[in-house]
Design a binder for this molecule. Sequence first.
Ligand code: ADP
Ligand code: MG
Length: 235
Amino acid sequence: MVSPKEIVVRALEEGRNKLLEHEAYEFLKAFDLPVPRFGLATSEDEAVKIAQRVGYPVVLKIVSPDIVHKSDVGGVKVNIASDEEVSKWFNTIMSNVMVRAPGARVAGILVQEMVPQDLEVIVGSTRDPVFGPVVMFGLGGVFVEVLKDVSLRIVPLTEYDAEEMLSEIKSARILRGYRGTPPRDSKALVDIILKVGKIMESVEEITDIDLNPVMVFPEGKGAKIADARILIRRV
Ligand code: ADP
Ligand code: MG
C-alpha cells in the first residue's frame, strides 16, 4: 500500500491539482476514515472481479482528470446487482464518455460499494489565508446550499470543538432525532471532523477537502463518505 503522502506527491508530479476519486478514497482510508469498499477497474473482467470482492449492489463511476460532473456525461451507474450488469455497464459508461466527453483521459472505472441512503451531511475544510485551515460542518442539500446552516472551527480541533460544531447548527435537531426519525451517529461524525482537521494540519499540500455527502446512519451504526473531493498544491 502506498502512503498518503505518496498519493499526493504522485498527483502533483503529474501536474494535477486534484486527486482522482480512487486516490481520494485511498488517501482517506489511510487516515482510517470510513470510505466505501472500492477498486479501480481498467477492463470489464477486472470490474466484475472487484464487484464480487466489494459485494453487491455496487456503483460504477468513470475516473478521469478531465471530467468534473460524471453524471452529466453518463459516467455514473448506481445500484448494479449482478456480474452481467457490471459487464454491460462497464461498456456503456465507456462509450457514453467517448461520445459525450471526446478526448477525455480515462484512468478507469471505479467499482464502489453502494452506500445506503440515510441522513446526508457535509464535512469540508479549506485553508484561510489569515486563519489557516478551517473545518466546516452542515447537513447536506438545501441546508447548506440554501440556508447556509453551517458551523466552522479553526484547526487544531478538540473533541469538544467537534461536538459543539454538531450542536450549534440550526438544524441540529434533525441530527438528534425528532418525531419518528432516529438520532444519528454523532460519535462517528465527531471522529470524521477531528480526522479532517488532523489531515489539514499534517498534509500541507492539501488546500481543500470536501466530503459531500457523508451518509450518517442511526446511533451506533457509523457513517460513510459517499463522495470526496481533495484539492492539492505544491508547497
Ligand atoms: P457526479 O457528482 O460527478 O455526477 P457522484 O460521484 O457524486 O458523481 O455520483 C452521482 C450520484 O450518484 C451521487 O450524488 C449519489 O446520489 C450517487 N452515488 C454515487 N456514489 C454512490 C455510492 N457509492 N453509493 C450510493 N450512491 C452513490
Ligand atoms: Mg457528486
